[in-house]
Design a protein around this ligand. Structure first.
Ligand SMILES: Nc1ncnc2c1ncn2[C@@H]1O[C@H](COP(=O)(O)OP(=O)(O)OP(=O)(O)O)[C@@H](O)[C@H]1O
Ligand SMILES: [Mg+2]
Length: 454
């Protein structure tokens, strides 16, 4: 049997209020209604609904203000916002303020009913007696993206709102911050989700090959073009095309791409016949593309076309709150994959995870945990497993400088060599903590090669 919910509908327009109230009552929910924000707050105090559906534009306390007050007083109440068609910016703001979702006017009550059904199911799932961790993970994950920090929650909110539009999205962020994951989430949350998601890296191919990879070619268009070939744009028709490392795209292809965006059609390489496509474009880069624009390496007009919405992924070191949940998520994933009974981290391991700088971001964290799970002989992962205990220093250059830092660097290298790259032993001999040693290894830019410990 479907679970029923206690709902409050707030709207100053009687037609919307009443039709929604009647509809939701008819399908079995317990529904109250209110025509303004003040009255709504009264009812919320008395009745404690689980869900509030509110219009945004109302005299007195408007929907956004109501949302803020609800989230302050009763954070557990889920709020759904009703917005005018096309007012995405307000919707984004509402999501940032903690709204669960929004419905665009005009809407049919079925749509609201479906949304509520999903919400109620989700709540039920969260309430079930799953382990606390699993609960946390469900609460803070969205389309395979673990996001607990406020910064990442904002990213998720933006994804939810823009996924449904056709706007181009430029995803930026350091290497390994999850740009491709975000692109996939945007696709999975869009109405295109059952159509192809096609990813192309603009850095992987030389210019001429990339052009035919993207736009296809006609038979005989160049030596070796024995048959007509469809490009990724055609393959992605009705779906999403993800162009990674867009900053590497050559000027020629930039022009070609701009034309496709403007005219929604193009010709295959070596052909004249226009090909029409309906493709949602998402691009990503770990470079500062505005600099490339300023330097004349990237077309400004193209940049604006690609950057209708931008999503910036913060580096992991700026959102350390995400680390524990990510670490456990990866631990479970790799334990399952490798059929190992590893279920936890030692306290020191957690300490290490939290303090380390993670220059390679989430990808580095994921790799470190995969390696640790594979290597450990215990039921839990220890700091040693994570910190690449057996490393061999290679290509180290002992400098002949006279600065104290040079002397320190040389000394560290020397001791590391003596211990065969054993960090614990090295730290002990040097009389410093492993963390300190690890930070120094990085600070001095020492190259370390991992050696399997088997
Ligand atoms: N928030 C997250 N939750 C779970 N997994 C994540 C998260 N962010 C990144 N990952 C994982 O980290 C790895 C790197 O992510 P992804 O490939 O999306 O990064 P990227 O920004 O595209 O990196 P690059 O710039 O190097 O291409 C992937 O395995 C991805 O699944
Ligand atoms: Mg990537």
């Amino acid at each position: 049997m479907k679970r029923k919910a206690k709902i409050l509908v707030v709207d100053d327009e009687a037609i919307i209020r009443d039709s929604l109230t009647d509809w939701l009552t008819d399908v079995g929910h317990q529904v109250s209604s209110s025509e303004n924000g003040h009255q709504a707050l009264d009812i919320i105090q008395k009745e404690r609904p689980e869900i509030v559906i509110t219009d945004l534009v109302m005299p007195g306390i408007d929907g956004l203000e109501l949302l803020k007050r609800i989230k302050q007083m009763f954070p557990e109440i889920q709020v759904i916002i009703i917005t005018a068609y096309g007012s995405v910016p307000t919707a984004i703001q509402a999501m940032r303020e903690g709204a669960y979702d929004y419905i665009e006017k005009p809407f049919c009550p079925e749509k609201a009913e479906l949304l509520i059904e999903k919400l109620v199911e989700r709540q039920a799932l969260l309430d079930e007696n799953v382990s606390l961790r699993q609960k946390l993970e469900d609460k803070y994950s969205f389309e395979n993206i673990i996001a607990k920090s406020a910064k990442m929650q904002q990213v998720i909110d933006i994804i939810k709102v823009v996924a449904r539009s056709n706007a181009t999205v430029l995803v930026t962020g350091e290497s390994g911050t999850g740009k491709e994951l975000v692109a996939r989430a945007l696709h999975a949350q869009s109405y295109r989700k059952d159509k192809p998601f096609v990813a192309v890296s603009c850095a992987a191919l030389p210019e001429s090959l990339l052009e035919s990879e993207l736009f296809g070619h006609e038979k005989g268009s160049f030596t070796g073009a024995y048959a007509q070939r469809k490009g990724k744009f055609e393959i992605a028709d009705k779906g999403t095309l993800f162009l990674d490392e867009i900053g590497e795209m050559s000027p020629n292809i930039q022009v070609h791409l701009l034309r496709v965006l403007e005219e929604k059609e193009f010709a295959r390489v070596g052909g004249n016949e226009p090909v029409k496509v309906d493709v949602r474009l998402i691009t990503a880069t770990n470079k500062d593309i505005r600099k490339a624009v300023a330097a004349g390496q990237f077309r400004e007009d193209l940049y604006y076309r690609l950057n209708v919405v931008s999503i910036e992924l913060p580096p992991l070191r700026e959102r350390r709150e995400d680390i524990p949940l990510l670490a456990e998520y990866f631990l479970r994933k790799f334990a399952r994959q490798n059929q190992k009974k590893v279920s936890d981290f030692s306290l020191e391991a957690v300490d290490f995870l939290l303090k380390y700088e993670w220059p390679g971001n989430v990808r580095e964290l994921e790799n470190a945990i995969e390696r640790a799970v594979i290597l450990t002989r215990n039921a839990y992962v220890e700091a040693n497993d994570l910190a690449q205990d057996n490393v061999l220093m290679t290509h180290h250059r002992v400098s002949s400088g006279k600065k104290i830092s040079d002397v320190e660097k040389n000394h560290i290298v020397q001791v590391l060599i003596e211990t065969g790259g054993n960090c614990s032993e090295t730290a002990r001999l040097l009389g410093i903590s492993r963390m300190t040693l690890y930070n120094k290894i990085r600070a001095y830019g020492l190259t370390v090669n991992k050696v399997d410990r088997r």
